[in-house]
Design a protein around this ligand. Structure first.
Ligand code: NAP
Length: 243
């Protein structure tokens, strides 16, 4: 997919002024997209952005854990040419802890699966963008179950790319490292501005790229995963207990 003009784009998780979602809407409109339909959980969260771009942003209120609401969405929005699965949930559940991350599985994995299924036919010659994470490539100690859900999203992205190939749909996986949004508040790593991710998404749509690693940490991790995944995983191990 190279041209954003005359395309209707659906982007999920646009509720936060400092999130990747609103930064991506700004970048899409600057690149010539006609109209963005953006999902939020509470009405009115897009008022400032809509004021900046009159008539070009429609707000849809939906809880993406609700499968019935997702199935009913196409009737509400009409055909969508580019679907950007950006909404995400981050909690610190661990592999051995009791928390199983139900909300993360519902929003990070099931919602992109259900949304692509719901819009599949109108995405012909268009695009799907799944906002994943480098945590989908390597399991991070601070967010083990979040990493599981993003790894599942990575696998889903590969499958969607294969199954939508014959109808000419670009399926783009986006794998950011720590980004300066509410989600990453307090993470012990340097962060990158959301606009960097937004610009990378727009460029990847225009250039028909399959995967994008938008920031320095994402690029470093991707290179290490490709070159030496086991050494990278070992570097996250705590020191062994001494007798
Ligand atoms: N920030 C990072 O370091 C980082 C790194 C790698 C990948 N990512 C990914 O980037 C994407 C955007 O995250 P962000 O950093 O911009 O964080 P964010 O500002 O917290 O945005 C996440 C959005 O998802 C929405 N959302 C959560 N649960 C939902 C639900 N049940 N139904 C509908 N919407 C829901 C949130 O809505 P509310 O505003 O109502 O809570 C919020 O607007 C996520 O997929 C995230 O996993 C982020």
């Amino acid at each position: 997919m190279t041209n954003l003009a005359h395309r209707t784009i659906l982007l999920t998780g646009a509720g936060r002024a400092n999130g990747i979602g609103q930064a991506t809407i700004r970048a899409l409109l600057a690149a010539g997209a006609d109209r963005v339909v953006a999902t939020v959980r509470a009405p009115g969260q897009l008022a400032t952005l809509q004021g900046e771009h009159p008539g070009r942003i429609d707000e849809v209120v939906i809880d993406l854990t609700n499968a019935t609401a997702i199935a009913a969405l196409p009737a509400q929005t009409g055909p969508i040419h580019v679907l950007i699965n950006n909404a995400g949930v981050f909690t610190a559940d661990t592999a051995l802890g009791e928390g199983e991350g139900e909300a993360m599985w519902a929003v990070n994995y099931l919602a992109p699966k259900r949304l692509v299924r719901a819009y599949a036919s109108s995405l012909a010659q268009g695009a799907v963008v799944n906002v994943n994470s480098v945590a989908g490539l390597i399991n991070f100690p601070i967010c083990a179950v979040y990493s599981d859900t993003k790894a599942a999203l990575h696998s889903l992205t590969v499958a969607q790319r294969r199954e939508l190939h014959s109808q000419g749909t670009q399926v783009l996986g986006v794998y950011p490292g720590p980004i300066e949004t509410d989600m990453a508040k307090g993470v012990p790593f340097p962060t990158t501005a959301p606009a960097v991710v937004a610009e990378a998404i727009v460029a990847a749509l225009q250039e028909n790229t399959l995967e994008v690693f938008p920031d320095p940490m994402a690029q470093q991790i991707a290179a290490a995963v490709i070159q030496d995944r086991q050494a990278l995983e070992r570097s996250f191990w705590p020191a062994a207990a001494t007798a």
